[in-house]
Design a protein. Structure first.
Length: 265
């Protein structure tokens, strides 16, 4: 198996990676099984994220140390974003944080997410995260790592990443982590109703909002059935059983901007 060409941020790391057994990107300062120190970071939207606050809630925290010019970062970004959206957009058992360790502008990192995250909701991004990168001992990118609810490093290098399943496979057996819709439990009355057509539908639905990138599809009981991307304003419900569905329409940040009901014939 060939390894990706990683982006290095200082010469010392390059020298270290020349040593046998050190070719993978990893958080060198936190070997698997070690306790990770608490930290607080602020994302480009002004939201603060504190590790021990999340873990005290029994949640798993996944970190993505990346740079904008890193090709493997770009190639795996859609799988990372799919994980974020599929598992609740940081509202459920998993918290995903993207840490840009270059001094890029907010506009640059937002453009990166728009370009490489595909149709999925975009995980929160912290820019200029070099200080935290040095605390973790990360020297190259991408570096995906997983921290457990007990603040212990479970996996300091999740690699290779060929699909969202590789992130899910890193979770401990019996973790109980399950897919959740972004904003799960939100009442339909909290977002405006949006017209869709045709309705009823045989599978293809045209949405009226241009900012919708994906739809969380719930059955009549409120159970999340699937989350599907929107392409050219169109949602494909084919493959689902006939019946009534509630569609939570999500923008690029995973925020519900509309809700619709449809009958699938």
């Amino acid at each position: 198996m060939s390894l990706p060409t990683f982006h290095f941020h200082h010469a010392l790391t390059v020298a270290l990676l020349a040593l046998p057994g050190m070719a993978h990107a990893q958080a060198y300062n936190y070997p698997n099984g070690s306790t990770v120190a608490d930290f607080t970071v602020t994302d480009v939207d002004g939201n603060t994220h504190t590790l021990y606050t999340y873990t005290a809630q029994g949640r798993y925290v996944l970190l993505d140390f990346f740079t904008l010019s890193c090709l493997p970062c770009q190639e795996t970004a859609p799988h990372w974003a799919e994980l974020y959206q599929t598992y609740g957009c940081n509202s459920a058992d998993i918290v995903c944080l993207s840490l840009d360790y270059e001094a890029n502008t907010v506009a640059e990192v937002q453009a990166y997410s728009t370009t490489y995250c595909g149709p999925w909701a975009h995980p929160p991004v912290v820019t200029d995260a070099l200080a935290l990168t040095d605390v973790f001992g990360v020297g190259n990118a991408p570096n995906y790592c997983l921290i457990g609810p007990d603040n212990v490093m479970i996996n300091n290098v999740i690699w290779p990443v060929a699909s969202m399943a590789d992130f899910v496979a890193a979770l401990p057996v019996g973790s109980g982590v399950a897919p959740q819709a972004c904003g799960v439990g939100m009442a339909e009355t909290e977002v405006p109703a949006q017209a869709i057509y045709p309705n009823p539908t045989s599978g293809l639905v045209q949405l009226g909002r241009a900012d919708v990138v994906s739809v969380a599809v719930h059955d009549a009981s409120g159970r999340l059935c699937t989350t599907r991307p929107v392409k050219a304003g169109q949602l494909d419900l084919q493959g689902l059983a006939p019946g009534l569905y509630v569609l939570h329409q999500l923008n690029a940040r995973g925020v519900a901007v509309g809700s619709s009901r449809t009958m699938l014939e």
